[in-house]
Design a protein around this ligand. Structure first.
Ligand SMILES: C[S@@+](CC[C@H](N)C(=O)[O-])C[C@H]1O[C@@H](n2cnc3c(N)ncnc32)[C@H](O)[C@@H]1O
Length: 283
């Protein structure tokens, strides 16, 4: 069987489940993962016969895609601001919205223009602190997560991308204090109220870690409140909180932060949805 033949057969199998553009992009990633051929080589090798082992790998992967397993978990990687990150079912797949949050922090740090101490709470794959450390090499950067398995992935990514980041295993909701003082606390914490589970794509709710996604319906802002409270103890003068938020929580979060004595600014993502907040303590 040639590469082209297996490609057509997978396309037929998955056509009813995915849009053509998404399917083509997933197929290209899958082919590169299984054969090692990049996009140009995939064209050059379209009539090249593929091995039995490769056919089996294509079949298994196509069945996994049909069951909703995200392509990023199948190939074991994802991209964040141009860098390749290792991912598995223990970490959230990095999202484009989070790239915008990191760009905002880099923009802010460039204006401040001095070495900053930064901590990321709920670090997952480590995409936020690793990208910040590589963009702002003079800054000291740390990442916290409750999950040992997520931190194992973050450490692999830090070593692959040569970023010196301190990793801390800690349950932020049970923390009375922070390990040090910080100029910036960043967090993309769990923020989806459990009741929204029924509206979510199966790919997300059945495959990404629940601990990364959900918060109790009765207290959806719990992570922001706890982090803002800790920020009062550990933010330096003019220290900043940067949060990714649920598009529906902007107003409630601004109110809560204001009541907690923070000035807060809301930003929209590329889709025009309220998605990010920057806040600093009022003097
Ligand atoms: C939405 S994910 C964000 C992952 C990554 N920062 C990103 O943006 O792709 C939230 C992360 O918070 C972590 N987390 C959940 N509860 C936590 C807690 N109580 N303390 C610390 N981290 C927690 C999860 O393990 C998960 O990695």
């Amino acid at each position: 069987m040639s590469l082209n033949e297996i490609k057509q057969s997978i396309k037929q199998k998955l056509a009813s489940e995915f849009e053509a553009i998404e399917l083509n992009s997933m197929l290209s990633m899958l082919i590169e993962h299984i054969t090692g051929w990049n996009q140009v080589q995939q064209v050059v090798n379209k009539d090249t016969p593929i091995t039995e082992a490769q056919i089996k790998a294509f079949d298994t992967s196509a069945n996994e895609l049909l069951k909703g397993r995200p392509i990023q978990y199948i190939i074991g990687k994802s991209w964040f601001l141009g860098n390749e990150f290792i991912v598995n079912e223990n970490v959230l797949i990095p999202r484009p919205e989070t790239e915008e949050l990191v760009e905002w922090i880099v923009e802010y740090a460039s204006i401040v223009d001095r070495p900053l101490s930064i901590i990321d709470i709920g670090t997952g794959s480590g995409c936020i602190p690793i990208t910040l450390k590589n963009a702002l090499p003079n800054c000291t950067v740390a990442g916290i997560d409750i999950s040992t398995a997520a931190l194992a992935v973050a450490k692999l990514n830090a070593s692959k991308l040569n970023a010196l980041v301190e990793w801390i295993e800690q349950d932020i909701l049970m923390s009375a204090s922070m390990p040090a003082t910080y100029d910036i606390i960043v967090s993309n914490p769990p923020y989806i109220p459990t009741r929204e589970i029924t509206e979510m794509q199966d790919q997300v709710k059945d495959h990404e870690p629940a601990i990364a996604l959900f918060v109790p319906d009765a207290d959806p802002l719990i992570f922001y409140r706890v982090i803002a409270r800790l920020g009062k103890q550990c933010l330096t003068m003019n220290g900043q909180l940067f949060f990714e938020i649920h598009y529906d929580q902007g107003k409630a979060l601004l109110e809560m932060l204001n009541e907690m004595n923070y000035h807060a600014e809301l930003r929209q993502d590329m889709y025009g949805k309220n998605r990010m907040i920057r806040a600093s303590l009022k003097h």
